[in-house]
Write a protein that binds this ligand. Structure first.
Ligand code: SF4
Ligand code: SF4
Length: 192
């Protein structure tokens, strides 16, 4: 066998190998295109709805009569490994809370928070929960400190919504400007 034939055969072998790999790569690409989408058009067209076990921004809960469940016992701040919760109690017999002892100040510093959930585990009245809110980026350090009035407001993704889905995004014009929120009526299931 001549030297030229051998080198031609080696070149053929290599080009066939490369081409086969190319076809295999295309199969994977088109296969994914036809079978499942693993990316979402976040944040302006779609929003991820987290699973129920997700731990996001803290929320302070009320009972059915609208009374605050927090009794300002400070157990959450004692349990917090980073000391980022501040609770200052006060007496209040107006019915604001389920007890006469309520929080005058309840605030959390999100820069130091680990989202570990120890605070909600320590709470005897289930007043504090880590909710579904995950869009917490901001440009000013002051907005990383969240206080009681804000945490008492309902979050945009309620706990009752089953997670693992993607919702259509919708634009809402408010006093602070334009917000992009999840439209919980228009969701699609993700097949991870
Ligand atoms: S989630 Fe963890 S780190 Fe964050 S406030 Fe609660 S206990 Fe502290
Ligand atoms: S949130 Fe719970 S643990 Fe923290 S002060 Fe209120 S009642 Fe106590």
């Amino acid at each position: 066998m001549g030297k030229n034939t051998v080198s031609r055969r080696i070149a053929d072998f290599i080009s066939k190998g490369v081409f086969a790999d190319f076809i295999k790569g295309l199969q994977v690409t088109f296969g994914y295109n036809l079978t499942m989408h693993i990316t979402i058009k976040y944040p302006d067209q779609e929003k991820w709805i987290p699973y129920s076990r997700f731990r996001g921004l803290h929320t302070l809960n009320k009972d059915e009569q609208g009374r605050e469940l927090c009794v300002a016992c400070e157990l959450c701040s004692k349990a917090c490994p980073t000391g980022c919760i501040t609770v200052i109690p006060m007496e209040d017999d107006t019915g604001r809370g389920i007890s006469d002892r309520v929080a005058r100040v309840w605030k959390v510093d999100l820069v130091r928070c680990l989202f570990c959930g120890y605070c909600e585990d320590a709470c005897p009245t289930r007043a504090i929960r880590l909710g579904r809110e995950y869009e917490l980026a901001c440009t000013d350090l002051s907005c990383t400190k969240k206080e009681r009035p804000e945490l008492l407001k309902p979050q945009s993704i309620p706990e009752a919504i089953t997670g693992g889905v993607v919702a259509k995004a919708r634009f809402i014009k408010g006093e602070e400007g334009i917000r992009v929120e999840a439209d919980l009526g228009k969701t699609r299931k993700m097949r991870w």
